[in-house]
Write a protein that binds this ligand. Structure first.
Ligand code: ADP
Length: 262
């Protein structure tokens, strides 16, 4: 009888706990939604003033250069560089909101991926002492969102710079496979421990070892990149060894048969 009573009490306890849990689960969902809404609204509101700061900054820099005031023009150039960084952080937050609301739109067009790789390397090269070597294989045109795939490439190049020593070699390759295209970015940087290799594609995840804390970032770039590649029906692969470097590669199918991620 005592055993029976104790089971009854346990069940009642369990019910009570489940009830409490239900409430807190609802509250938790509400809080998460509030947090997501806040990120969306704040980044949207920040975008307009920061974009106009950038426009004025560029104007003043051009005026100073024209007037021969190189010292102040240089200062303005630095300020504009920081504004660019701010804009890219805001854009990442806006993309995060788009991904979460299923509103990341793709505008696909026939694209020469080798040309895109070349463009993005040229764009980033002046900002770093690291050097890039591109080993392109001839590729057919592929229907993708050029801007978004360019964003993924720039993210991989910029990570390869950020998480490696200066003056390092970064090797980029492209290849055709049976039903699609593969692009890889190989660095000789700090590498990623095995237990973190899946996590780097999660939002806000940054490794805690190495020099990550010294490099700027919010842990969103790879999450957004992976979502962009998934939306194209493709996937990411990561091979890495702590202390030896990483190879990030993504596969894009010729035919996008749809992805499981909205
Ligand atoms: P962020 O660079 O802004 O932190 P990412 O989503 O691009 O965000 O990367 C997530 C984390 O993965 C980084 O913080 C870093 O710890 C790790 N990581 C990304 N790329 C590399 C790389 N090439 N080498 C070593 N670690 C990397």
């Amino acid at each position: 009888v005592l055993g029976f009573i104790s089971v009854i009490t346990d069940i009642n306890e369990l019910k009570k706990t489940t009830e409490e849990l239900k409430v807190s689960e609802r509250q938790l969902k509400q809080l998460l939604k509030q947090k997501d809404d806040f990120i969306g609204i704040a980044s949207h509101e920040l975008k307009t003033p920061v974009t106009s700061i950038k426009a004025y900054g560029q104007l003043v820099q051009a005026n100073l250069e024209r007037a021969g005031d190189h010292k102040n023009a240089n200062l303005l150039a630095r300020l504009n560089g920081q504004v660019d960084r701010l804009i890219s952080l805001i854009n990442q937050l806006l993309d995060l909101t788009r991904v979460q609301e299923g509103k990341l739109q793709l505008h696909t067009e026939d694209t020469d991926i080798n040309e895109l790789l070349h463009e993005r390397i040229e764009e980033i090269q002046p900002t770093t002492s690291s050097y890039f070597v591109l080993h392109p294989e001839p590729l057919p045109l592929i229907k993708v969102d050029r801007e978004r795939i360019g964003q993924v490439i720039t993210n991989l190049l910029s990570n390869a710079i950020k998480y490696s020593s200066p003056d390092t070699l970064i090797t980029i390759g492209s290849a055709t496979q049976a039903n699609g295209i593969r692009v890889s970015v190989k660095d000789q940087g700090e590498g990623i421990a095995e237990q973190d290799q899946q996590k780097v594609f999660e939002r806000f995840f940054r490794t805690t070892d190495g020099h990550t804390h010294l490099a700027p970032g919010m842990g969103l770039g790879l999450y957004i990149s992976a979502q962009i590649i998934h939306r194209h029906g493709g996937h990411f692969t990561l091979e890495s060894k702590k202390g030896e470097g990483s190879v990030f590669s993504f596969f894009l199918p010729f035919e996008n048969t749809g992805s499981s991620i909205a």
